[in-house]
Write a protein that binds this ligand. Structure first.
Ligand code: GDP
Length: 193
């Protein structure tokens, strides 16, 4: 079985993205309370896993957020053999500022920490930079360069087009991400032969 996990901070548009990608096949949307466990859906031969949103949630104690992070890390470690691809969803326009805010407190932002962790344990990780509809066309490349820098990837961002996929879940503009997922899946099929 082949598993793809979707992870991201709360409010980055992960539910919107999953709905656009898989429609009704993946149960998404806000449920009452804070979901700590990943939810799964089988889409043909793929196991799609929606990780609980991490980071700030209003009304949620900081300790609970640590629990979300720990559970996420444990889940990924326990299933690393099966998880072939991770899609880390970020709020593209907001990302550089969020990272800088954490840096100024000498803390590593949870998204960056997760990106490093996924790559360290050898999971092929795609960063879906969502909400790109908020960015003017001529400001898109400079923003994505800033995103790349915050991820520790040397600009220009175009050198990392196999990792960074600018998208807009709201507009249904997902072609870069779909392209990357398709490429990965093709490669895997070929490797299996
Ligand atoms: P989640 O908490 O990560 O699952 O995020 P949601 O899918 O619930 O979306 C959070 C908010 O971001 C909602 O108000 C969405 O309408 C909005 N949103 C999601 N995707 C996009 C996008 O591509 N562009 C814009 N402008 N807003 C988006």
């Amino acid at each position: 079985n082949l598993e793809i996990i979707f992870a991201g901070r709360s409010n980055v548009g992960k539910s919107s993205l999953l709905k656009e990608l898989f429609g009704a096949k993946v149960r998404v949307g806000k449920r009452p309370g804070v979901t700590l466990r990943p939810t799964h859906a089988q889409v043909s031969d793929l196991l799609i896993t929606d990780m609980p949103g991490f980071g700030f949630m209003s009304g949620v104690k900081e300790r609970k957020q640590d629990i979300v992070k720990d559970k996420t890390v444990h889940y990924i470690e326990d299933n690393a053999g099966r998880i072939k691809i991770a899609v880390l969803v970020i709020d593209g326009p907001a990302f550089p500022e969020i990272v800088d805010r954490w840096d100024s407190r000498d803390q590593i932002p949870i998204d960056v920490e997760m990106f490093d962790f996924l790559r360290e344990i050898g999971i092929d990780t795609i960063v879906a930079a969502n909400k790109m509809d908020k960015v003017k066309e001529n400001e898109s490349d400079p923003l994505l360069n800033e995103v790349a820098i915050r991820l520790g990837l040397e600009p220009p961002w175009q050198n990392w087009k196999h990792i960074i996929a600018p998208i807009s879940a709201k507009k249904g503009d997902l072609k870069t991400l779909k392209g990357l997922l398709r490429d990965r899946l093709h490669e895997m099929k070929r490797d299996d032969l």
